[in-house]
Design a protein around this ligand. Sequence first.
Ligand SMILES: Nc1nc2c(ncn2[C@@H]2O[C@H](COP(=O)(O)OP(=O)(O)O)[C@@H](O)[C@H]2O)c(=O)[nH]1
Ligand SMILES: [Mg+2]
Length: 195
Amino acid sequence: MFINWRLREINLKIVYYGPSLSGKTTSLQYIHSRTNPERRGELVSLKTREDRTLYFDYMQFEMGAISGLKPRFNIYTVPGQVYYRGTRKLVLKGVDGLVFVADSQIRRLHENVEAIKDLYEDLVELGFSPGELPIVLQCNKRDLPEIMPVQSIKEQLGLNGIPTFESVALEGIGVLDGLKSIVNSVVTKARGNIN
Ligand SMILES: Nc1nc2c(ncn2[C@@H]2O[C@H](COP(=O)(O)OP(=O)(O)O)[C@@H](O)[C@H]2O)c(=O)[nH]1
Ligand SMILES: [Mg+2]
C-alpha cells in the first residue's frame, strides 16, 4: 500500500500467482475487457518469444473513494516458471492481496503444490508473516475433464478456510467473483490501516 497524499491516491497491489499455464494472464485479460475504459489503464504484457509470460502482465483500475482517498488497483501476474524466481519476487514486493490461480487438472497437482511452496518462501523472504496477507483461491479450468474436486485442491494446497472460486477464465466464468473478493478484503484492510 502506498498513499500519495498530494494526489489523495491510495495505491494497492494485487498479484495473481500460480503455476505456469494455470490461467493467470487469461484472467487478467478478461478483467481488463470488463473494466470501464475510463477507469482503467492499458493491459501491459511482456512476453517471451514462445508467448509465455516473461516479466509480468499489468493493469491498473480505479474505484470509489476510501476515507477520502482514491484507490488505484495495480494488478500483476507473475511468471510461473521456476527460473523466473527473481522476477516473481520483484512483482510480489509490496503486495496487498493475492489471488492464487490453481490449475484444476489432476495432472497439474504437483505444479500447484510447488507454486504454493514458492509463494510462501518468497513471502517470508520479503518479510511477510504467514496469514498477514489477504488471499483467495481461484480454481481454474473447471471446464476440462479429469479435474480435482475443489475441496481436494484446497486440502492439498493447505488453503482450507480461504475464499474459493471456481473459474473458466477462457470464458470469464468466476474470474470477477474472485477479483471482487480480494478487492473487498484489501479495501477493508486498508481502511483499518488509514483510520
Ligand atoms: N480449457 C481452459 N483453458 C484455459 C482456461 N484458462 C486459461 N486457459 C488456457 O490455458 C493456457 C495458459 O493460460 P495463460 O493465461 O497464458 O496461463 P498463465 O501462464 O497462468 O498466464 C492458454 O492456452 C489458455 O487459453 C480455462 O479456464 N479453461
Ligand atoms: Mg501468463
